[in-house]
Design a protein around this ligand. Structure first.
Ligand SMILES: N[C@@H](CCC(=O)N[C@@H](CS)C(=O)NCC(=O)O)C(=O)O
Length: 248
């Protein structure tokens, strides 16, 4: 049985969960919130980040490395397009999502407006968030609009690129921002198509349930909504910062 360490609210965790769903792979989960990992967590995640995947003897860090591992170990159905050109574009969009959207949507958006105030008590700077929406966030949406097809998905069939980019938008939804359909019509239409894909709905529902739940109650909530929860947990009740933490 595959084990996932990490909370469904994290877009990086959700990317992995959608891929597991697409490939029909069963998993159990230890839904720890970032920052709430205990001492042992650092042994399996040296930068104290989620997700971590454990599959037999394999302990795999980083959502992109995990995605690649799953694709190699469980190749069917593939999450990558057929041609080298389209595969390169899918990998680029995954990288763009992980780094650029990760920075702008997860850290400077959701992290600054939702996580840092809730976890570290950092004051919410709404004016800075508004400036951020008109600079970094708008630039990202302009770029995505320029390459989004009028129909279908980002690199052909629904796959890695769509998953990696779409999950990031829910981080901003939690910061109460969604892209304007009048300004970015193709992007918004693609996002609706991507989110309607059957593999996306479970992880999204799990995330929407856990975001409303206090970290200490999230294991119980995860069980209640039907997730298989691990017996062992890396959870600690006191939040701590990882070596690469950039918020708060
Ligand atoms: N590049 C990593 C990024 C993962 C990541 O940033 N995870 C966040 C949660 S959304 C985290 O664990 N943050 C805790 C920290 O930075 O201390 C991946 O793709 O898995």
């Amino acid at each position: 049985m595959i084990t996932i360490i990490g909370n469904t609210v994290s877009p990086y965790v959700r990317k992995v969960l959608v891929i597991l769903g697409m490939k029909g792979l069963d998993f159990e989960i230890d839904p720890i919130t970032p920052f709430y990992g205990n001492d042992d967590f650092a042994k399996i995640s040296p930068v104290r980040r989620i997700p971590v995947l454990i599959d037999g003897d394999a302990v795999v860090n980083d959502s992109s490395v995990i995605a690649q591992y799953l694709e190699e170990k469980y190749p069917a159905p593939s999450i990558l397009p057929a041609t080298p050109e389209a595969r390169a574009q899918a990998r680029w969009l995954e990288e763009f999502a992980d780094s650029r959207l990760g920075d702008a949507f997860v850290w400077k958006g959701f992290g600054a407006v939702v996580v840092a105030p809730a976890v570290f008590g950092t004051p919410r700077d709404i004016d800075a968030f508004k400036r951020h929406l008109e600079s970094d966030v708008a630039d990202i949406c302009d770029y995505l609009e320029s390459l989004t097809p009028a129909a279908g998905y980002l690199t052909g069939a629904f796959g890695l690129a769509d998953i990696s980019v779409a999950v990031m938008f829910s981080a901003m939804r939690y910061a109460r921002w969604t892209p304007d359909p009048a300004r970015w019509p193709k992007l918004v239409a693609w996002l609706a198509r991507a989110e309607a894909h059957p593999a996306m709905s479970g992880p999204r529902e799990w995330s929407d349930a856990l975001i409303k739940t206090h970290p200490k109650d999230q294991r119980a909530k995860a069980k209640e909504i039907g997730l298989k929860v691990t017996e062992r947990s890396y959870f600690t009740a006191t939040p701590r910062r990882g070596p690469m933490t950039v918020i708060g």
